[in-house]
Design a binder for this molecule. Structure first.
Ligand code: NDP
Length: 408
């Protein structure tokens, strides 16, 4: 009997729950748990399957997680809450003997900084407990890392240059909105850029480098060099890589808003004092707020963008290296995903869809025994073939181009 608990019921959690429920032969029981149980209930109702139930948990609290896991005794936890909860959930998994999967690496709340070291520190404990932890199983990180593993397995003796390219050519008809959790998204984009070259990290100013890249079925889009977490593990797992970079498209309208948000201090993540009126109108009280968390409360909810979202995303890997024939080759592997099709299937836009579908597929790989490997592993460490065959069937088909101009 396979039982999973999905923690977090935002855009990504909702898609993942729908997709797990579409595969009842693998996911026999599905529990959706979040701080706000009413949201989980609404998703369970929309799915309308008897094997989908809900619960409540504050995943910042290890005791609550342990109680949740002991109540349900799942084989696997799919962590689709926020990066802040990764370590508490991993800790509870160890206490209860539960396997683990996530889509984003740990980030402390008080510092806009992410890296794998905090989660890699759990390797030995997971290994000793005979438990598998699968890190970064969304699209990027996730499918992009698996595309790289597939290229290394089938096409290249040595990968030399890797550029991960992420384009959202969708239009949600809002002046400004983020496609996933605004707090996490703005923290990621406003930090310094970073890429790997000749054995070391090179730092850039935020959004300092950009260039037009041409995306399949979309055309040229201005693409900005960002730091992205999958680069950190890929350059370790593929040491022949001389340079690895990550590019993401942004429109001028988005960047204009982002600049203003930063200039007026709304992207700050430290606490500021604010005099707030008491709810009963009897006076004021001084409270502490984090401006970026307040901003999240007034921005459009990413889960509500789907209805009028047009266009598509295109995410992939552009690779140059030495092929199996000893000659230099270029290679581009990518997926395009329509916002409208994603919404019609799950009620969520393509950014949530392209994250939730791989999370479900990775969970399926684990439950089928294809990706069970005690320890803490990034997704490229597993066999890419069964995953890519399955993810294509589950809504994210992929395409390959050989010996083309990579533009990079
Ligand atoms: P949302 O903000 O839409 O959802 C986050 C969910 O986490 C909410 O349902 C919230 O629940 C829940 N949550 C937050 N804090 C807690 C807590 N302490 N305990 C329990 N539940 C909690 O985010 P998204 O769905 O857009 O993103 C989910 C994750 O996916 C994030 O970690 C994000 O970084 C990652 N992601 C990964 C991508 C990839 O390609 N790898 C791409 C996009 C996102 P509640 O409302 O009940 O508080």
């Amino acid at each position: 009997m396979n039982k999973v608990i999905i923690i977090g019921c935002g855009g990504v959690g909702t898609v993942c729950a729908h997709k797990c429920a579409q595969n009842p032969d693998v996911f026999h029981e599905i529990v959706i748990a979040s701080r706000n149980r009413a949201k989980c209930d609404a998703v369970a109702r929309a799915i309308g399957a008897p094997n989908v139930t809900t619960d409540q948990v504050d995943a910042d609290e290890i005791d609550q997680l342990v109680a949740l896991f002991n109540r349900h005794k799942p084989n696997l936890v799919i962590n689709l809450a926020l990066p802040y909860q990764d370590l508490t959930i991993m800790e509870a998994c160890l206490q209860c003997g539960v396997n683990y999967l996530d889509t984003a690496n740990y980030e402390p709340r008080d510092e806009a900084h992410f890296e794998y070291s905090w989660q890699w520190a759990y390797r030995e404990r997971f290994e000793k407990a005979g438990l598998t932890a699968i890190l970064g199983c969304g699209f990027d990180p996730g499918v992009t890392s698996i595309y790289t593993a597939y290229a290394a397995k089938h096409h290249f003796k040595e990968i030399h240059y890797l550029d991960i390219v992420d384009c959202n050519a969708g239009d949600h008809h809002k002046a400004f909105a983020t496609n996933f959790n605004p707090e996490i998204n703005i923290r990621e984009i406003t930090q310094k850029g970073l890429y790997w070259e000749d054995g070391k990290w090179v730092e850039t100013e935020p959004l300092e480098f950009h260039k037009d890249l041409t995306y399949p079925n979309i055309g040229p889009r201005d693409s900005y060099l960002l730091h992205h977490e999958e680069i950190e593990s890929l350059v370790i797992n593929y040491p022949t890589i001389k340079r690895a970079r990550f590019w993401m498209t942004f429109g001028q309208q988005y960047l204009k808003h982002l600049e203003v948000i930063q200039n007026i201090g709304m992207s700050r993540i430290d606490e500021v004092e604010y005099e707030a009126p008491l709810a009963d109108g009897t006076g004021n009280v001084r409270v502490k707020i984090v401006p970026l968390q307040f901003l999240k409360a007034v921005l459009p909810n990413p889960q509500d963008l789907g209805e009028n979202y047009e266009g598509e995303t295109s995410i992939g890997c552009r690779i140059r290296g030495i092929g199996n024939d000893g000659q230099e080759h270029t290679y581009y592997i990518y997926n395009n995903c329509s916002h409208r099709a994603a919404y019609e299937e799950t009620g969520m836009q393509a950014v949530s869809y392209t994250t939730g579908v791989p999370a479900m597929t990775g969970a399926m790989m684990f439950l089928k025994g294809l990706w069970a490997m005690p320890g803490v592993h990034n997704v490229e460490e597993f066999d890419p073939d069964p995953f890519l065959a399955e993810v294509a069937k589950q809504g994210l088909p992929w395409h390959e181009l050989h010996d083309i101009d990579l533009e990079l």
